[in-house]
Design a protein around this ligand. Sequence first.
Ligand code: ADP
Ligand code: MG
Length: 281
Amino acid sequence: MSEIPLIDFQRVTYTYRQVGTEERVEPALEDLQLQVRAGEYLAVLGHNGSGKSTLARHCNALLTPDSGRVLVTGMDTREQGYQKRIRETVGMIFQQPDNQIIATIVEDDVAWGLAVRGFPAQEIAERVTASLEAVGLAHLRKQSPQRLSGGQRQRLAIASVLALRPRCIIADEATSQLDPLSRQEIVRLLHSLHRAYGLTIIHVTHLLEEVMEAERILVMEQGHILMEGRPEEIFADLERLRALKLVVPESLELAALLRAAGLPLAPGTLSAQAIAREVAS
Ligand code: ADP
Ligand code: MG
């Protein structure tokens, strides 16, 4: 018997309602089919406006379909009675961590979501410690979030979601306000949470360099999934990615040029580091 998907999009269409306009609005998602397997690392790529955030918001019932349905471990997102459990199953991290940070002390922020759900004090203390350790902020637990860097604040937002013990974390452009180094740290953290806890990760971004290690990549355009595959499959057609208004990193150009020149690089050799390792070996 095959396992049921963690998240199951069945022919989902969704159109944002525009008030006071006669214009026909294009659907933000159209007849979309997608199964997210429990434990996978899925990346969702696409240029601005392609429908990534709309897809992400359907995964935890922040939006619900106009037609079709979304099931989270079998629970229909339109059923009011399931929405609380769905949001505990699928946690979300957004672009601006500050919108998610509530308390004035790091550890209180992580505790907050547990306290409002009525967890006992001992359980809250244990989860706060474990979550802060998981994101590397344990040493800053008494700090004010305002004194943290952008990358640290994003890690705090992740810890607060982790404390609820979700099965899936969706990071929606969670790195786009950060400098390149903090960006890499967040991507590494998502991978380490995936490995350490078997968490399902849905990593939403327009940056190709962030998704080279994903298990599966979707490329979106106008509310549709246009491409789907492993990184080496998706990155085999750089022209097509450029046509979809995505910026192709230099390492991918270089790997393509080296292959064209006859160097037998392995298919999964995509990042600058991987190319250097392989060329030097
Ligand atoms: P992405 O996250 O890939 O940038 P979105 O899912 O945010 O894409 O947007 C998909 C489409 O829906 C775009 O055409 C966008 O303009 C439209 N859209 C997004 N949010 C809203 C909204 N709150 N109201 C009206 N239209 C919206
Ligand atoms: Mg978006």
